[in-house]
Write a protein of this length. Structure first.
Length: 240
């Protein structure tokens, strides 16, 4: 940057005009720390940016100037310019609101059609899905056709059909497991329902399911034929 360009471009510029060139002035002051006019113009550019940066720089600038009151006048000039700009923006906004009040048709004008945006992937409308509470995510048919990868640790563990008693024997703990594999027995005073009997049948406790249905036949004689039919179905599945 030569001397003529510096004086023509920066010397008579307003704080707002100097604001975009603050980084150049800062680099000049860094190269020439005792350049008083450069420090004054840097302070002027910071005043154009607004905020508190100019206040922190004012003390440094005053230390290098012979006329200490010059930064004060520059700051006042910048504040007046900012107030004038704020007033202009306020009256411009207020004028646009008055135009909308005088012409309500313009304010209520419907926007134009939305331009069609071509999507790269069109997934189509979402399909309706039905969810049944209480049902499993996988059905019995899915589980029957499931192939386990015996090389994977979890699949190998499932394929071994592990039981709690086997784990205790492997660990070597001295625990009596004689009663662990015995199927549970239905107590005489136990409350039974058709749902409980169905659950026992699904879990493979066929004797418990038949015992539940036997109690239900005694409790509800009018449904004895229905419960007897369910008992026969369980016996057929057990024999097969």
């Amino acid at each position: 940057m030569d001397r003529s360009t510096f004086y023509e471009k920066y010397l008579n510029a307003t704080p707002r005009e100097l604001a975009p060139h603050g980084y150049l002035l800062q680099d000049t002051v860094r190269r020439y720390p005792w350049f008083s006019l450069g420090r004054l113009l840097l302070f002027k550019s910071l005043c154009g940016l607004g905020g508190e940066a100019c206040l922190s720089e004012s003390e440094k600038t005053a230390a290098y100037l012979y006329w200490r009151n010059k930064p004060y006048f520059i700051l006042q000039e910048s504040l007046k310019e900012q107030e004038k700009q704020a007033e202009d923006e306020f009256f411009t906004l207020d004028l646009s609101q008055e135009i909308e009040k005088d012409n309500p048709d313009l304010a209520q004008e419907e926007p134009g059609p939305t331009p069609h945006i071509k999507r790269e992937f069109d997934l189509g409308p979402p399909q309706e899905r039905l969810f049944y509470p209480g049902s499993d995510y996988f059905g019995k048919a899915d589980l029957a056709t499931l192939q386990l990868d015996v090389t994977a640790p979890i699949d190998r563990f499932i394929s071994e059909n592990p039981r709690f008693t086997q784990v205790l024997k492997r660990t070597g703990e001295n625990v009596d497991t004689s009663d662990q594999d015995i199927s549970p027995v239905l107590a005489d005073d136990e409350f039974v329902t058709e749902t409980l009997a169905r659950i026992y049948a699904q879990q493979g406790y066929h004797k418990l399911a038949i015992a539940c249905y036997g109690k239900l036949i005694l409790l509800y004689p009018e449904k004895s034929v229905y419960f007897a039919t369910l008992v026969e179905e369980i016996k057929q599945k057990t024999n097969n």
